[in-house]
Design a protein around this ligand. Structure first.
Ligand code: BEZ
Length: 252
């Protein structure tokens, strides 16, 4: 997906802000080698670098990486389904990125390869039920226009059980797996969120007029459940937050 990286940085600054505690969970030590999978504009990568680590951010969006590079970060343009690293990192962090990757077993295998024995994966992603109302409203609006939305959906939101099974099948030891609702305030109009994030759905529509009509319909469908009494959109985010270890023989 092509990102409007500048708009993402201004409208979606909440994404790294809400996950700042993920860096504490990773607890990176000075000198450690850390990989940030789906680093986006590098907001969390920079926090890891500030702790004295050798951190590499990877992302599949050149637009986002340009912003990360501008922060002076070391980055690489890579699809996380094809990580080229072997026993190179003490830790891997990923925030709000794994749910964009539709072959999770392959991604987890690549991260496993990239970790040193004893290394840890700390991640947060959308879990089962994430943005369910938004997806339902998009599905309805596209269905009304005889477009099947299922193949357009770019997201994977697993249940804790599904993700734990994937992690364990790869060999990880799951240290913690939290699953929680986190209604997330979006400071402007929900239509902006759709324009920024729901690109595959909107691109399936024939023209700008239809896109505007769909956005209007989705906004109306979401008004009652998601617009709060202060006029702020509270997006129906559900998070999966995990710590998993590539346990060395000594740790088993
Ligand atoms: C999320 O962080 O849950 C998310 C962000 C954009 C699109 C879908 C989900």
């Amino acid at each position: 997906m092509q990102w409007d990286a500048a708009r993402y940085a201004s409208e979606a600054a909440f994404v790294p802000q809400l996950a700042a505690s993920l860096v504490d969970l990773l607890a990176p030590l000075p000198g450690e080698h850390i990989l940030d999978v789906g680093c986006g504009d590098g907001a969390l990568t920079a926090q890891i670098a500030a702790r004295g680590c050798q951190v590499l951010g990877i992302d599949s969006s050149p637009e986002q990486l340009q912003l990360a590079r501008a922060r002076g970060l070391q980055v690489a343009l890579l699809d996380a389904h094809a990580l080229p690293y072997a026993s190179a990192f003490d830790g891997v962090l990923s925030n709000a990125a794994l749910h964009w990757m539709l072959d999770p077993a392959r991604v987890l295998a690549g991260i496993w390869q990239a970790l040193k024995p004893g290394g840890r994966l700390v991640a947060e992603m959308g879990g089962a039920g994430n943005i369910a109302r938004i997806v339902a409203a998009l599905n309805t609006a596209l269905g009304r226009r005889d477009i099947d939305p299922a193949p357009l959906n770019p997201w994977y939101f697993p249940s804790p059980g599904q993700y734990a099974a994937l992690l364990e099948a790869q060999g990880y030891t799951v240290r913690s797996l939290q699953f929680f609702e986190r209604p997330t305030p979006f400071k402007t109009d929900v239509g902006n969120w759709l324009t920024l994030m729901a690109v595959p759905f909107l691109n399936a529509l024939p023209d700008d007029a239809t896109r505007r009509a769909v956005i209007d319909e989705v906004r109306e469908a979401l008004r009652a459940p998601l617009l709060d009494a202060h006029g702020v959109w509270q997006l129906d985010y559900v998070r999966l937050r995990l710590v998993a270890v590539k346990a060395s023989d000594a740790q088993r």
